[in-house]
Design a protein around this ligand. Structure first.
Ligand SMILES: C[S@@+](CC[C@H](N)C(=O)[O-])C[C@H]1O[C@@H](n2cnc3c(N)ncnc32)[C@H](O)[C@@H]1O
Length: 309
């Protein structure tokens, strides 16, 4: 039969789509090892109504990559820079302009997608503190149980050209001694952030208390960290991360502003007083210069009248 002889075109792989969507030599193109991992993450799920968030949009190629690979997915991109023209008006793609640590924008991203995400990709600043801030909010609040959080390019922590990077040094391999209790390793920037994730993953096993980061599995590949969220409920947020209600936050912000203004006024008044002190000292000198020549006359006056002048 003709139909059975017809070859059904296989859906393009992520590598094939990347070849098509990224400009030749585009610096931000995802490495083929990353694409292989994403194929594994999406295996058997391509036709689900997935919700994907990517921090870092750049040319928009990865937004289109997800859109073409996952025909029913809703994709939200967030970038500090303006949206590239190529994405304007594309269905299933939403773009937000904000920093990756803007909590309100991260919540807005989830609202745009219509609920928590299945997969979150952080390919934005590649700075440790920003990566960590995004993770601490998105992983507990905006990722589905069983969802996947991918941190790309964490090797920037080994790059001295990054503000928080430092060049690679071997760990102290001669520290395997009976009295050794701490085994140091590179902790700079995103490298440190990724290594820290091993702690909350161990928390329940060791302490019996669930962590607020319900990490089921942490897969670390060269330059790519894949964090899978547990289906089990997470523990409570640590007090340090509990945000006050928006009204309280606004009042605290106002208070900080007023305190800064009062401090500035105090400084200005202190500077004014110092100036006046200087002026008084100058006037005392001038007065001294005027009074000194009059001393002989004052003595004569006292001698004549018995009164002091
Ligand atoms: C490596 S590119 C993203 C590439 C894109 N994900 C892809 O695969 O084609 C990094 C992007 O992160 C953005 N970026 C840098 N700092 C950011 C921040 N603090 N918040 C959000 N985006 C940021 C940059 O503007 C840039 O577009």
């Amino acid at each position: 039969m003709e139909a059975s002889n017809r070859t059904i075109a296989a859906a393009p792989s992520l590598s094939e789509l990347a070849e098509r969507l990224y400009a030749p030599g585009e610096f931000t193109r995802k490495a083929s090892s990353y694409l292989a991992e994403y194929e594994r993450i999406f295996a058997g799920r391509r036709h689900e109504k997935l919700r994907i968030l990517e921090l870092g949009v750049s040319s928009g190629a990865s937004m289109m990559l997800w859109r073409d690979y996952l025909p029913h997915a809703t994709i939200v991109g967030l970038d500090i820079d303006p949206m590239p023209d190529v994405l304007a008006g594309l269905d299933r793609i939403h773009i937000l302009r904000a920093s990756q640590d803007d909590i309100a924008a991260l919540d807005q991203a989830m609202a745009l997608a219509g609920g928590p995400f299945d997969v979150i990709v952080d390919d934005a600043s590649h700075l440790g503190y920003l990566t960590k801030r995004s993770f601490l909010h998105l992983f507990p609040h905006c990722l589905k149980p069983g969802g996947t959080y991918v941190i790309e390019d964490f090797g920037t922590g080994f790059m001295p050209e990054y503000p928080d990077g430092q060049e690679y040094r071997d760990p102290p391999w001669n520290d395997a001694e009976p009295d050794a209790t701490v085994f140091a390793s590179h902790q700079h920037g995103m490298v440190g952030v990724v290594k820290q994730l091993a702690d909350p993953m161990m928390q329940q096993l060791i302490t019996g208390q669930r962590s607020f980061l319900a990490i089921e599995r942490l897969t670390i590949l060269a330059n790519l960290a894949i964090v899978q969220k547990s289906m089990e409920p997470a523990g409570p947020m640590p007090p340090a991360l509990v945000r006050p209600p928006p009204r309280v936050e606004a009042i605290e912000r106002e208070l900080r502003l007023l305190t800064r203004r009062v401090a500035e006024q105090e400084e200005a008044v202190a500077a004014e007083i110092a100036l006046l002190h200087d002026r008084v000292a100058e006037l005392e000198v001038v007065l001294g210069n005027v009074v000194a020549p009059l001393q002989p006359f004052r003595r004569i006056w006292r001698g004549l009248t018995g009164k002091s002048a």
